[in-house]
Write a protein that binds this ligand. Structure first.
Ligand code: CAA
Ligand code: NAD
Length: 283
């Protein structure tokens, strides 16, 4: 099957980026969120990134307009009834995601593939709540979506070869590089990245150094584009905590224990860049 049209569920930082790259590559896109306000915020973010592309000469004003014209917004999941592919990018919570998948399974055409952008939750368990587990897959984009080349494509134990091949082709059509991995907690990307971020938070917690110093060490010493605490703020501290909890529960190993300071920040609503405060303060 070749994908022609898609729906993205969740217009947050990932969903708006995913909708943008599909629209830029000529796909017909519907973007869904719970409220008109969330949809407008997602669209405004997309427009800002596209305008920057025009300013930098990477795209013409006409191409920007054509890209935006390929995106329709909707707060009704029922609008998924004519889609070939749906990519879910809602909050990292199993109950919320499984409810969305159960509804999509009822609404979408029989041939449709249901993909999730989850950072860590088990694709096998998400697939199991549908009547088409062979057509469920992880399509894990990296943040910021328009810039990062990787799509980690995660096969649930039930995912068919045909579903995998279709998603691999779709990722390539976006100019991305798909990498195939199997379904274990955190997959490959976050199993390796998130313990590093958690360890950086422990070094703040234990007073080893200030956040600026920790980030400087990793930027200048290891050539990382962002220090781990800046990156944690950028990803969202709530998302980082949910991923650590999945790793801790999934492997039952104390090396994945979320740092108490990370839990405290999330309880305080200090979620990083998106809430205006995390390890740093954002105007
Ligand atoms: N959306 C779209 N484009 C963006 C962007 C955003 N949010 N932020 C930056 N960019 C683009 C800009 O257009 C810019 O290009 P131009 O200057 O030519 O316009 C380019 O990226 C570089 O940006 P900057 O010069 O402002 O800053 P930078 O050189 O520090 O690069 C960065 C920004 C690309 C984000 C870089 O810092 C980086 O690679 N950081 C690490 C990102 C990373 O590790 N992502 C993975 C996170 S983990 C994940 O996603 C998985 C998960 O499940 C949690
Ligand atoms: P976000 O908080 O920026 O956006 C989530 C959006 O989903 C919000 O706009 C919210 O209103 C919407 N939403 C919640 N429940 C919904 C529902 N039932 N139906 C429709 N919309 C709903 O979060 P994000 O950072 O974009 O993360 C989204 C997903 O992508 C998560 O699973 C996360 O783990 C994953 N992810 C995040 C990153 C990252 O760096 N932030 C990277 C890769 C993957």
């Amino acid at each position: 099957m070749t994908i022609k049209n898609v729906m993205v569920i969740g217009a947050g930082q990932m969903g708006s980026g995913i909708a943008q790259v599909f629209a830029q590559s000529g796909f017909d896109v519907k973007l869904n969120d719970l409220s008109e306000e969330a949809l407008q915020k997602g669209l405004a973010h997309m427009e800002k990134i596209l305008s920057r592309n025009v300013e930098k000469g990477r795209m013409t004003e006409d191409e920007k307009t054509a890209t935006l014209n390929r995106v329709q917004t909707t707060s009704s999941l029922n609008d998924a009834s004519d889609r070939d592919l749906v990519i879910e990018a809602v909050v990292e919570n199993m109950d919320v995601k499984t409810k969305v998948f159960q509804q999509l399974d009822q609404i979408t055409p029989k041939h449709a593939i249901l993909a999730t952008n989850t950072s860590s939750l088990p694709i096998t368990d998400i697939a199991a709540v549908t009547d088409r587990p062979d057509q469920v897959i992880g399509m894990h984009f990296m943040n910021p979506v328009p810039v990062m080349k990787l799509v980690e494509v995660i096969r649930a134990i039930q995912t068919s070869d045909e579903t995998y091949a279709t998603i691999e082709e779709a990722a390539k059509a976006l100019g991305k590089t798909p990498v195939e991995v199997n379904d274990y907690p955190g997959f490959v990307s976050n199993r390796i990245l998130m313990p590093m971020i958690n360890e950086a938070i422990y070094t703040v917690y234990e007073g080893v150094a200030e956040p600026e110093a920790i980030d400087e060490v990793m930027k200048l010493g290891m050539n990382h584009p962002m220090g781990p605490l800046t990156l944690a703020d950028f990803i969202g501290l709530d998302t980082c905590l949910y991923i650590m909890e999945v790793l801790y529960e999934g492997f039952g190993d104390s090396k994945y224990r979320p740092c108490p300071l990370l839990k405290k920040y999330v309880s305080a609503g200090w979620l990083g860049k998106k809430s205006g405060r995390g390890f740093y303060v954002y105007e």
